[in-house]
Ligand binder design. Structure first.
Ligand SMILES: Nc1ncnc2c1ncn2[C@@H]1O[C@H](COP(=O)(O)OP(=O)(O)OP(=O)(O)O)[C@@H](O)[C@H]1O
Ligand SMILES: [Mg+2]
Length: 288
């Protein structure tokens, strides 16, 4: 029998914290980073996770699916020449549209300011999903940074995923919107694994209490416990890293938020993000 581990350039077991997983090694694992409310920290979390996993030796692609309002590239100090629009127009392949960022992470930008990208038709999304499928062959991990809320694209991704990160702040409004996203995810993909991230919490108690509130509502109305993937404290070094356009976890400063992000990178759901069939085939069928 073939030993597929030999085909990999950078074995997942090089990631120091994950339980090394040897199944499905010819395709990337895919983790979506979603939220109900906007501005809760998805892009900060997605970009830092992508860089940390890339620094540990994985072939990581950060896909900025906040199409039309993409900004993950800004957080990484990149100026992409191509974006989703160029892929949709057939100008370049998805691989040709990638830019290389810090620690060797590859980034596919969703593009900025084009209405067609912000509001793609189902047909356009289907075409895009069909094209993005090839990225699963050439990477170990795809991290998808979504826009806030429950647009078509988010739902199709959640229908296809085996796990996702549900980012929220401790405020009741953000928790309520996070619950709405989880409820929808559970409807389109029963049993999907959701790792809650409480971002911008004042301290551990606040983070834990927020998580427990969310989990209690989910247990009561959906019969599902939620898992706490991690929490990240409010930390002025985060906006500072945005201004510097350098991911905090690569800046060399061991700040409270950097420590929170680092521990999030060892969430077991990242190592168990394979979906069996191609993720983007599943996402495409979810559009129908
Ligand atoms: N832990 C934190 N501590 C302090 N500030 C933070 C923290 N996390 C995020 N921020 C601030 O919040 C801003 C918004 O974060 P980010 O862009 O990641 O949110 P988002 O969820 O991706 O937003 P959108 O829904 O618009 O895509 C950042 O520019 C940063 O300044
Ligand atoms: Mg964002």
């Amino acid at each position: 029998m073939w030993d597929f581990t030999k085909l990999r350039r950078t074995p997942r077991s090089r990631w120091p914290f994950s339980g090394a997983q040897e199944e499905n090694l010819v395709k990337a694992g895919v983790v979506c980073v979603a939220s109900g409310k906007g501005g809760v920290g998805k892009s900060i979390i997605a970009s830092n996770l992508a860089c940390m996993r890339a620094a540990a030796g994985e072939r990581v692609c950060l896909v900025d699916f906040d199409a039309g309002l993409a900004n993950a590239h800004l957080l990484l100090g990149l100026t992409p020449r191509y974006d989703f629009g160029s892929v949709l127009d057939g100008e370049v392949t998805p691989e040709g549209a990638l830019v290389e960022g810090p620690a060797g992470v590859k980034v596919l930008s969703g593009g900025v300011g084009r209405a067609r990208l912000a509001n793609p038709t189902r047909r356009e999304l289907g075409k895009l999903f069909g094209a993005l499928r090839s990225l699963e062959e050439s990477h170990d991990l795809l991290i998808i940074d979504h826009g806030a809320g429950l647009g078509y694209a988010v739902i199709a991704h959640l229908a296809a995923a085996s796990s996702f990160l549900l980012v929220t702040n401790p405020e009741v409004t953000a928790l309520s919107d996070a619950y709405a996203v989880f409820k929808r995810a559970e409807t389109v993909n029963p049993g999907i694994r959701a790792g809650v991230v409480i971002n911008r919490a004042e301290d551990r108690e606040v983070a834990f209490e927020a998580y427990q509130r969310l989990s209690a509502v989910s247990k009561r109305f959906l019969g599902r416990d939620l898992e706490l993937a991690g929490w990240v404290p409010a930390d002025l070094e985060v906006p500072r890293s945005v201004r510097a356009r350098t991911p905090l976890t690569l800046s060399g400063y061991e700040t409270p938020a950097a420590a929170g992000l680092r521990s999030l990178a060892s969430w077991d759901g990242l190592a168990r993000a394979h979906t069996g069939a191609h993720f983007y085939d599943r996402a495409r069928s979810a559009l129908r």
